[in-house]
Design a protein around this ligand. Sequence first.
Ligand code: NAD
Ligand code: UDP
Length: 334
Amino acid sequence: MAKSPLEGMADVTPSYDPMVKRVMVTGGAGFLGSHLCDRLIEAGNEVLCVDNYFTGRRSNVAHLLDHANFELMRHDVTFPLYVEVDEIYNLACPASPVHYQHDPVQTTKTSVHGAINMLGLAKRINAKIFQASTSEVYGDPSVDPQTEEYWGNVNPIGIRSCYDEGKRCAETLFFDYHRQHDLRIKVGRIFNTYGPGMHPKDGRVVSNFIVQALKGDPITIFGNGEQTRSFCYVDDLIAAVMAMMATEDDVTGPINLGNPGEFSMLELAETVLELTGSSSRLVFQPLPHDDPKQRCPDISKAKKYLGWAPKVPLREGLGKTITYFDALLSGRED
Ligand code: NAD
Ligand code: UDP
């Protein structure tokens, strides 16, 4: 019998397994991105986490570094990227006003050039692509609750515009790639999301209030505190994002992803004080320019197309987030 030409050679089985989905997460070392990487690995995917560490940290994904299906790459999405994957979650972009206003030109570049680069990549490799859009596309809304049909009320030249208009332009690019190149897109408009894993200096309201309460520092209320937000717990949000990626190709969005429970900043502060048992006092500081007065998602589309609704009420989610920050701060992270 003829000898196989491979006999005696090392194992040359290709490492590529067509049964395992290859998924890229840009902004994967950030707050939401690191939770998403966890869930994707748990679900048996191969995950490529891409981040420039502007607001994210290697430590957010350190526990995944030894996992055979996980790879971490330092890369700025404003530059082209050449990789082979089946699905892309585009989350790269600072999300806290303090951070996205730090270098507003880079923020716009990240949303716009980042979207162009990731869409170009998706087109070349025929990947499905999810965009982490935002409730900020509604600006300071005159419609309550906000439905996806509402076009928004956004200042194009204010201090929040680098983020709001960057994300709006990214949505435009996603829909043009879909219409022009038949690309499979999923645009999720994420409302304020919080939970364990946030950086203590993230600057957003939930982490600020909890850290201040735990340290006994004054709670900084901007304006009179009557402005409202709707807060979604991170586990609920990640479930929605993954459910959206799994929808049929004709489901493009935009779809609001958030928890419709609406609270004023004063109510949030009082709840945090109660749950932490803190005696921090409230201090009132000027309201930042263009700070939206109100935000509340209409989630009928998420219910209909994703079969999804948030499960974790604010008090329960705050409790888990307080436990996380308490442990972090007692390790003296400040
Ligand atoms: P985050 O700041 O914790 O994460 C953003 C990540 O993107 C960080 O790891 C950061 O280093 C990375 N990044 C920034 N610029 C980059 C670049 N040019 N190239 C590569 N990586 C870059 O914020 P998050 O809360 O995890 O938000 C993630 C995404 O979800 C963002 O796109 C944000 O706009 C969107 N979003 C979040 C919320 C929320 O409440 N958390 C609400 C609406 C939308
Ligand atoms: N805010 C506050 N104190 C803080 C941080 C934020 O009162 O220490 C307010 C802020 O003015 C806004 C709301 O909380 O009205 C939510 O702010 P955040 O930065 O979390 O996100 P935004 O929804 O404004 O992007």
